[in-house]
Write a protein that binds this ligand. Structure first.
Ligand SMILES: Cc1ncc(COP(=O)(O)O)c(C=O)c1O
Length: 378
């Protein structure tokens, strides 16, 4: 059978990783400033992570949610403490899209409403309602089209208030990324997020904080929405949660009470997934990686802002967007093929940095040196 290629592929085969470095099969070393799309949070083949997963696999790798899995309880407790929300409850699933689907479903069951408010340039996943709430008509199949999702301008608190004034009683949930990732590293302002909170409270709608990409300490706070000092009703998370092992979840505010059977999953919260997620949280806690993300991220942003050829540097912590003019669109490919540095991208010409939270200053400097060299040669 021929393989379906999900994306156009780079002709690179990665065979080994260690921390923020990876190697291809020819032995070429690369600096990983992309983390496989914000997934590698504590570095490749991290010793504690490998040991925790190996030791769990040697005991038991999987059993279904019909039995007690104490690792799930440990994970919920630790996540509650580190995220500062130990009064929430955790539902575990497998991917970011699935987390968002469950959040929509939970909100709709709770207030018996149908309208979901999403925002321009939002990305929430590729499954039915998650993709319908994603602002990209190209990936919304006819069967996913629905009048239940409304898009409002991202960052526009007035437009949001006006919409609620007319339709508030029909809104089930508002979903927003604390920093839009696929949308090009666009930071949601504090007033905008606080207005979402106020509108949801005033009209009985639920606030879903999509933290799939911007959460888990990446921005220098556990959830990027924390900068606005608000509590969401549901936080959805995935990517960095398992450092590469598929694990996702939703943290549910005590005002919501899902009943048995409302949310369910076969694979979600299995022993191995919990071991991976616990290893990540233990590492974040022991080495204060959220602080490291803030410090190294600030350093990168400050240094990048000194480069005059860049149109704009956006982001927080280790979620950074470098907006380049069209004539410098080739820099991303040059970084990979000339300087051997992996980065991400967003349309039209944004380079996205999403490295591991324990990125060192030396690796940040290696990136800055290569980037400046390429920009000055262009
Ligand atoms: C903000 C956001 N939400 C949801 C998703 C979907 O996550 P997954 O690919 O794990 O389904 C993504 C993936 O890029 C994302 O960036």
């Amino acid at each position: 059978m021929k393989l379906f290629e999900v994306y156009p592929l780079h002709d690179i085969e990665i065979v080994k990783g260690q921390g923020s470095l990876i190697w291809d099969k020819k032995g070429q070393e690369y600096l990983d400033m992309y983390g496989g799309h914000a997934v590698i949070s504590i570095g490749h083949t991290h010793m504690h992570y490998v040991q925790r997963l190996t030791s769990q696999l040697n005991k038991i790798g999987f059993y279904s949610n019909s039995v007690k899995i104490p690792q799930q309880v440990q994970l919920a407790e630790k996540l509650g403490v580190i995220s500062g929300r130990n009064n929430y409850q955790l539902f575990l699933c497998n991917s970011g899209a699935e987390a968002n689907e469950n959040a929509f479903k939970l909100a709709s069951f709770a207030n018996n409403r149908k309208i979901i408010v999403s925002f321009t340039k939002a990305f929430h996943g590729r499954t039915s309602l998650a993709v319908a709430a994603t602002d990209n008509p190209k990936i919304i199949a006819p069967v996913n089209q629905t009048n239940n999702v409304v898009f409002l301008p991202f960052g526009d608190a007035i437009a949001l208030e006006n919409y609620f004034a007319e339709n508030g009683s029909k809104v089930s949930a508002v979903i927003v990324e604390g920093i839009q990732g696929v949308g090009g590293i666009q930071v949601a302002g504090n007033i905008f997020l606080q207005t979402i909170r106020t509108m949801c409270d005033a009209y009985g709608a639920y606030f879903i904080a999509d933290s799939v990409q911007c959460g888990y300490g990446r921005t220098g706070k556990f959830y990027a929405h924390d900068y606005a000092q608000i509590n969401a009703d549901i936080y959805t998370m995935a990517k960095g949660m398992g450092n590469g092992f598929p694990v996702a979840g939703i943290a549910i505010h005590p005002k919501l009470s899902p009943w048995y059977g409302m949310l369910g999953t076969t694979f979600g919260g299995n022993h191995l997934a919990c071991a991976a997620a616990l290893a990540v949280l233990e590492e974040i806690e022991t080495h204060n990686l959220i602080k490291n993300a803030a410090i190294i991220g600030d350093y990168l942003i400050t240094e990048l802002k000194k480069i005059p050829q860049i149109i704009e540097v956006r982001g927080r912590g280790l979620m950074i967007g470098i907006d380049l003019p069209t004539e410098l669109a080739h820099i991303k490919a040059d970084l990979l093929f000339k300087e051997h540095i992996f980065t991400g991208e967003a349309k039209p010409n944004v380079i996205r940095l999403l490295p591991a939270l324990n990125l060192t200053k030396a690796h940040a400097d290696r990136f800055l040196t290569s980037f400046s060299k390429l920009i000055n040669q262009a």
